[in-house]
Design a protein around this ligand. Structure first.
Ligand SMILES: Cc1cc2nc3c(=O)[nH]c(=O)nc-3n(C[C@H](O)[C@H](O)[C@H](O)COP(=O)(O)OP(=O)(O)OC[C@H]3O[C@@H](n4cnc5c(N)ncnc54)[C@H](O)[C@@H]3O)c2cc1C
Length: 494
């Protein structure tokens, strides 16, 4: 058993949230130990590969509206910080449409009969909307866009991503991705003239995001924050997204420790305080004490590790929070680039994967000269038939589908690599927020335990929100310390 220094902060997980917390605390002169179950830092925001081919676990573009965070990322990356134009497409019925949703493009792309059906369904929904407030993805999309748009554009991709019927998916994910727009608003925005009342529509929309009833868009923003998802460029490191995590880790290691291959399996607590965590490191158990703890490991894993065990209702809530997992196939190719897009989305259910990206479109240094690669994303559940299949089999089938879609000639392939990524997406099944509330109410009872990050808080966070949550946790710890240090002085002068 080993002990950490007594004033230490212990951070659970070295993804971007944990690293951002560790970096903030290190810069403030605190003693920190970051514990990571994997063999490398970065969590979901890692870059892997071999033989000069590099790729993220699903392409990761960096965007933020937080100037301080952007400055930090630019400082870490220095000359390796690229600004990459964004252009994503969705492939439906053999045709490419803009992604994320630009309703006009989808609206006119299907020909006059389908367009008329879309308009008719939308008008019907406006005139006779369903009475109950929308809760699930299907209700919300039908209300905003009409039934035809839901059937054509939303159903298949959403069900592919989540592996659930749209009536079981909470509406927040889709509301966030299309920023609360309705078909009517989208058409009005695309018109070259300013319609009377347009400003009011915008103002109302802004208002609905900030107060009044808790709209779909508002709930979505609570999940993610005001991310500018429609900007035309994003930041990307020359050698892949993992450079951000590696840069943060290097800063922490200047004065503190990051322990990889160190899995937290018990979190010991007493009298409303966490006292220590127990980790397994290469078969050995170690106990680390600390004064403050930041957890970025999946919320259900944290609840399961608490010792003594939480009340039954909290354990039950945690057991109902699921995750959607991911399997990626990287296909290394000889010859020139294959696509021009940031991502290509594939809702068609006869294609087993959901998204493709070509890392060399993001940075030319992601493949050796004269080569490129495609990374294909399969959404799945840990342990399902796909997850358990052999790598060679999956790669072979992937190449056959790519050929059928006329994306690449399999004869160009020089290698492949399969990655299985657990906990890629918190699963937003209807009712999840109630379970989160039960857990958070309980965790609030611990004076020195902070949760941060995507799985750590069970939120649909992008990288910047995960990092900001880590930074916020660190700042809360520093503020509390400053307050405690100020107390004796106040008493002396009293
Ligand atoms: C396919 C995909 C594409 C994405 N694309 C983008 C994008 O383009 N732009 C964007 O901004 N965001 C994107 N994201 C989101 C981004 O990956 C996350 O927001 C971010 O990586 C979350 O960081 P985190 O530290 O909160 O969580 P994680 O990265 O999950 O880190 C948690 C860490 O805790 C560790 N851990 C777990 N259990 C234990 C334990 N018991 N003990 C010790 N350590 C443990 C894990 O190994 C992991 O390293 C994408 C996500 C996915 C899945």
């Amino acid at each position: 058993m080993s002990m950490a220094p007594n004033d230490a902060v212990v951070v659970l997980g070295a993804g971007l949230a944990g690293l951002a917390a560790g970096d903030e605390l290190t810069r403030a002169g605190r003693s920190v130990t970051v514990l990571e179950a994997g063999e490398a830092v970065g969590g979901l925001s890692r870059t892997v590969g071999r033989d000069g081919f590099r790729y993220d676990l699903g392409g990761h573009r960096f965007l933020t509206d937080d100037a301080e965070l952007e400055a930090l990322v630019r400082q870490i990356l220095g000359p390796d910080c690229l600004a990459v134009p964004r252009s994503s497409k969705i492939l439906m019925g053999g045709r490419y449409f803009d992604y994320p949703l630009r309703p006009l493009n989808a609206f006119f792309g299907f020909g006059p009969v389908t367009s008329a059906r879309i308009l008719f369904d939308y008008a019907r929904e406006r005139l006779w909307p369903i009475a109950r407030p929308p809760v699930n993805l299907e209700d919300w999309v039908v209300r905003q866009f009409g039934r035809a748009m839901f059937d054509i554009y939303f159903r298949d991709y959403s069900e592919k991503v989540w592996g659930l019927d749209c009536r079981r998916i909470d509406m927040t994910w889709v509301a966030q991705r299309i920023q609360g727009l309705s078909l009517g608003e989208a058409i009005a925005r695309a018109l070259p003239i300013r319609l009377p009342g347009r400003r009011e529509v915008d103002a109302q929309r802004q208002g609905s995001l900030r107060g009044g009833t808790r709209s779909g868009a508002q709930r979505a923003r609570e999940l993610q924050g005001d991310l500018p998802t429609l900007t035309s460029r994003f930041l990307y490191p020359r050698l892949g997204i993992g450079q951000i995590a590696e840069g943060l880790a290097a800063r922490i290691r200047e004065r503190n420790a990051i322990r990889t291959d160190s899995r937290v399996h018990k979190v010991h607590h007493a009298h409303g305080r966490v006292e220590a965590v127990e980790v397994l490191e290469r078969g050995e158990r170690h106990l680390l004490r600390g004064t403050q703890f930041v957890s970025t490991i999946p919320l259900p894993a944290l609840v399961a590790a608490l010792s003594p065990r939480p009340p039954a209702a909290v354990l039950a809530a945690a057991s109902r929070l699921g995750s959607r997992d991911l399997l990626t196939v990287a296909v290394m190719l000889r010859g020139p680039r294959v696509t021009q897009h940031t991502w290509i989305y594939l809702p068609d259910k006869s294609v087993p994967f959901g998204r493709i990206h070509e890392p060399t479109n993001w940075s030319p240094d992601m493949a050796p000269p004269g080569h490129t690669l495609l990374v294909i994303e399969y959404f799945c559940f840990r342990g399902d038939a796909l997850w358990s299949r052999g790598d060679a089999d999956i790669a072979q089938e992937t190449l056959e589908h790519l050929a059928r879609l006329d994306i690449v000639d399999p004869g160009r392939a020089v290698g492949h690599e399969v990655q299985r990524i657990a906990n890629a997406y918190p699963l937003f099944e209807v009712g999840y927020d109630e379970h989160c509330r039960t857990i958070n109410d309980y965790l609030c009872g611990f004076a020195n335990l902070h949760t941060a990050g995507r799985n750590g808080m069970f939120r649909y966070f992008n990288m910047d929100r995960a990092m900001l949550a880590g930074r916020d946790a660190a700042r809360a710890i520093l503020a509390r310390q400053a307050k405690e240090e100020a107390l004796p002085a106040v008493q002396l002068t009293a």
